[in-house]
Design a protein around this ligand. Structure first.
Ligand SMILES: Cc1ncc(COP(=O)(O)O)c(C=O)c1O
Length: 462
């Protein structure tokens, strides 16, 4: 087409890792859930269903959740981290159906609000297998959690220690708690989602002695049972070097608490943060490989300190639900924009955007996408898929090659949107948050319905 930069001549306009695909119709398997397929007609199938048929019923945008894939990833963590407790981090995505799958696959569940707790309890999750997070839990929230019998509350401040101790004493129970500590480790990930710097809101700093003091205070309350330390070093992490440094510091404190305060904690939680593939630049490791490396780090450190290995737990969210879900959009407009260097970028506007996936705007996150409703033999063009919101930063996929004949009415699917997509979705511009449709063995089930204008207007009291 006229004005288009010849294939392969995108110098300076596309990221270094993006290559023009040999076949623009083909899926890159690592980005997609395990049942995703394309036939010669280019139509994307997930869970045995053709995506165009699926969205003909529920409209777009829609999140499509591959149940078999979700369950398989949950099992891969359960089996790979054999001997650990695996807590699925519900903040990544939670619904009653997903909470049930988590329980059925033998995982525990993390929540971080009364809302998430309500979903878990409605799903019938055993409260003893729930961990409760958050840096500012109110007395009311804590009362609800303690009253429900939540197995462990991860305390995050001196104020909270007193608050949860009071609540447990009033209810006449002994509440299990973990102490969230910061190990001063900067995980290899984006600045805004690395959560183990000392200069951050979460946890008690080990280096400053706050972690030891927190343990002293917890042990001073008969209504609290100190089960262990908790350390979450960041998100979208691909190698275990961060856990190695954090593990050494956290186990150092674990040993110090035993020696100084005479309390041997039975447990240790190493948090979540396991990375997934959003684009071809990401190369995630198998959970079993990560497990072997992390276990070696912990057992080696415990041996060096002369202490028993505590019962370990982890909290993956993204690595379970992220690749299990994709988002399907309809193309509304296509526009060519000439860049300074004379190159042309094709802007493809879809019917969703930052209200259903805030991660590109919030973290500069990269995604990929594919034409989901047909095959094309048109020459690929460098495209930017954008949303329909009133922000120029409303980007869905910053850089991707799409067929040059991409046109209004085409369906585009973005893989790996399961984590922090629907869970961070907003009503910006009064958008209606999309449904989540679970697919399995040729059957589709809406597990979260699309919002309606009545839902929006219900909170507007005039
Ligand atoms: C304490 C804690 N645990 C687990 C997670 C889950 O992280 P991910 O979804 O990257 O595995 C988070 C994410 O922010 C977290 O803060």
């Amino acid at each position: 087409m006229s004005g288009r930069v010849p294939p392969g001549d995108y110098a300076g306009t596309s990221p270094h890792w993006l290559r023009e695909p040999a076949d623009v119709n083909a899926l890159v398997p690592v980005l997609w859930s395990s049942t995703a397929r394309k036939g010669d007609d280019g139509v994307l199938h997930i869970g045995g269903l053709a995506v165009p048929d699926l969205v003909a019923d529920v409209n777009t945008p829609a999140y499509v959740l591959d149940e078999d894939d979700f369950r398989a990833r949950a099992r891969a963590f359960r089996d790979g981290f054999d001997g650990y407790d695996v807590f699925y981090a519900g903040k990544a995505f939670l619904s009653t159906a997903v909470a049930r799958w988590v329980g059925e696959e033998g995982l525990c569940l993390d929540v971080c609000s009364n809302g998430e707790l309500s979903v878990a309890l409605r799903a019938g999750v055993d409260p003893a297998r729930i961990g409760y997070h958050g840096n500012n839990k109110t007395a009311m929230e804590l009362r609800r959690a303690v009253d429900a019998g939540v197995g462990r509350i991860i305390v995050d401040s001196f104020h909270e220690i007193e608050r949860v101790a009071d609540v447990a004493a009033q209810l006449g129970v002994t509440q299990g708690v973990m102490i969230r500590v910061t190990a001063g480790v900067e995980a290899h990930t984006h600045e805004f989602i690395a959560t183990a710097h000392e200069d951050q809101k979460f946890g008690f700093s080990i280096a400053s002695g706050a972690g030891l003091e927190a343990a002293r205070r917890v042990l001073g309350h008969d209504s609290l049972a100190l089960r262990g330390l908790h350390s979450h070093i960041g998100s979208q992490i691909f190698d275990t070097s961060g856990w190695e440094v954090a593990g050494r510091r956290v186990l150092g404190l674990h040993a110090e608490i035993a020696e100084e305060l005479g309390h041997v904690m039975p447990e240790l939680d190493l948090g979540g943060g396991f990375g997934i593939a959003y684009t071809t630049q990401d190369d995630p490791a198998d959970p079993a490989v990560l497990a072997a490396q992390i276990t070696k780090i912990v057992t080696g450190e415990c041996a060096a300190l002369g202490i028993d290995v505590p019962h370990l737990s982890i909290e993956p969210g993204r690595a379970i639900v992220g690749p299990s879900m994709c988002t399907v959009y309809t193309v509304g407009t296509v526009k060519e924009v000439t860049l300074d260097a004379g190159a042309v970028r094709t802007y493809v506007s879809v019917d969703g955007g930052m209200s259903d996936n805030i991660r590109p705007a919030l973290y500069d996150a990269d995604y990929s996408c594919t034409l989901a409703s047909r095959a094309s033999d048109a020459t690929p063009v460098l495209a930017r898929v954008v949303g329909k919101h009133c922000e120029s930063g409303d980007i869905v996929v910053k850089d991707e090659f799409l067929p040059g004949d991409i046109a209004p009415g085409d369906l585009i699917a973005v893989p790996a949107t399961g984590a922090y997509g629907r869970s961070m979705a907003s009503n910006y511009n009064h958008a209606l948050r999309p449904p989540v449709v679970a697919v399995k063995d040729g059957q589709a089930r809406v597990i979260v319905r699309r919002e309606t204008e009545d839902d929006l207007l219900a909170t507007d009291l005039g």
